[in-house]
Write a protein that binds this ligand. Structure first.
Ligand SMILES: Nc1nc2c(ncn2[C@@H]2O[C@H](COP(=O)(O)OP(=O)(O)OP(=O)(O)O)[C@@H](O)[C@H]2O)c(=O)[nH]1
Ligand SMILES: [Mg+2]
Ligand SMILES: [Zn+2]
Length: 365
């Protein structure tokens, strides 16, 4: 049994529900091909999409994702349910689907906070933090940088300073899932501000940084025996993880808050991140406004304020490189999206032409 509040329900979702009294609001806790594990007031159910909903969806992003609120019809005796509608999302963290397809993949829906987790060993990389931040700003959720495994590191404060350089004002938390550092701070972020509903946080980061370990530590005694999330030692030669978590999962934290565990991502490609780049690199944007030429590309132009800042060492050259790289990636993606849209239109036009031709042919008979 759950209350809607502890699952993260709020007015934003309530307002979307009309006179649909046959249906109950439920939250997607896990997704596995065509099956969904959903949580609602009466408990936990295994759900499928209704035929109508399946037919109405045109892209993968329209299908329910972990964290989504849906309207479902229950068959309590069988513990099964049918999903009829996906409610509009308050926020979503998306990336480009891994591989060659130009398609959006929703990593987590309706999140308020994103814990961007790194670990304080060879995995630590401010450039990766910038990439995560860029997508995080695009999501509508508030990013918090988490530097885990502080217990393994003698110079944790040094790492914090370096991370703060990439974070541009976002909060940075030092944590240790094994020793317990920072857990209170993470919990505080889950209690949220004035809103009456509970906060939802997703943990994102490379494999092996300790996302599942942090969740186990946050859930503590609330986990049933044997109910701990699976964790696994990292490879010794390079500190990388072994992709232990394989599917996304939503869990409730005792004392309030909802967390989403995610599998470590091998590639995090941008998806519609033009604004996110602007926010992540607002120091560079501000400098760019002072360049002599309005279309300055900060390469070798005269009067470039960005290059001047690099020369004066008030701006990190690698950060500028990271900015250029993400911008190029974003432009490339936009061009590909345009191409995909154009070929879609061409297909539609061809279909239309065929039916027009048929019409005239038949009339001419
Ligand atoms: N010393 C130390 N080890 C940690 C800490 N957090 C996690 N670990 C260890 O790091 C390894 C990887 O942790 P996981 O929690 O499985 O990492 P993950 O981020 O969930 O990895 P994926 O599921 O593969 O994405 C495990 O052996 C953990 O025990 C920490 O704060 N300190
Ligand atoms: Mg994991
Ligand atoms: Zn410039």
């Amino acid at each position: 049994m759950y209350t809607l509040q502890e699952l993260g329900w709020c007015d934003f979702f309530a307002q979307q529900v009309g006179d649909e009294s046959d249906f109950l609001p439920a939250r997607v806790a896990e997704e596995n091909r065509e099956f969904y594990r959903i949580l609602c007031e009466p408990g936990e159910f295994l759900a499928e999409l209704s035929g109508k909903l399946r037919h109405a969806t045109t892209s993968r992003a329209d299908l329910p994702a972990v964290g989504d609120w849906v309207l479902a019809q229950l068959r309590p005796r069988e513990n099964r349910a049918m999903i009829h509608r996906v409610l509009e999302r308050k926020a979503k963290f998306s990336r480009k689907t891994a591989g060659r397809r130009t398609e959006e993949q929703i990593v987590a829906a309706n999140i308020d906070v994103l814990f961007l987790v790194s670990s304080l060993n060879r995995e630590f990389n401010p450039r990766r933090i910038e990439r995560y931040l860029t997508l995080a700003w695009e999501s509508g959720a508030c990013p918090v940088i988490v530097l885990n495994k502080a217990d393994l590191c003698e110079n944790a404060e040094g790492f914090r300073t370096e991370a703060e350089g990439a974070a541009m004002g976002s909060r940075v938390v030092l944590s240790s899932a094994t020793r317990g550092d920072g857990l209170a701070e993470l919990r505080a972020n889950l209690r949220g501000g004035a809103q009456q509903s509970c906060t939802t946080a997703a943990l994102l980061g490379s494999s092996g940084v300790g996302k599942s370990s942090l969740i186990n530590a946050l859930l503590g005694d609330a986990l049933p025996e044997g109910g701990q999330l699976l964790t696994q030692a990292v490879r010794e030669d390079d500190d990388r993880g072994r992709h232990t978590t394989t599917s996304r999962q939503l869990l409730l934290v005792p004392g309030g808050g909802v967390v989403i565990d995610t599998p470590g991502m091998r590639e995090l490609q941008l998806w519609g991140a033009a604004d996110g780049i602007g926010r992540t690199f607002f120091d560079i944007q501000e400098l760019a406004a002072r360049c002599k030429f309005r279309d300055c590309r900060h390469q070798s132009e005269r009067g470039c304020a960005v290059r001047a800042a690099v020369r004066l060492e008030t701006l990190d050259a690698e950060r500028v490189e990271s900015f250029h790289k993400l911008e190029r990636e974003e432009q490339f993606l936009e061009a590909k999206q345009d191409a995909a849209l154009r070929s879609e239109r061409t297909r539609e036009l061809r279909k239309l032409m065929k039916s027009v031709n048929r019409f005239y042919r038949e009339r001419g008979r």
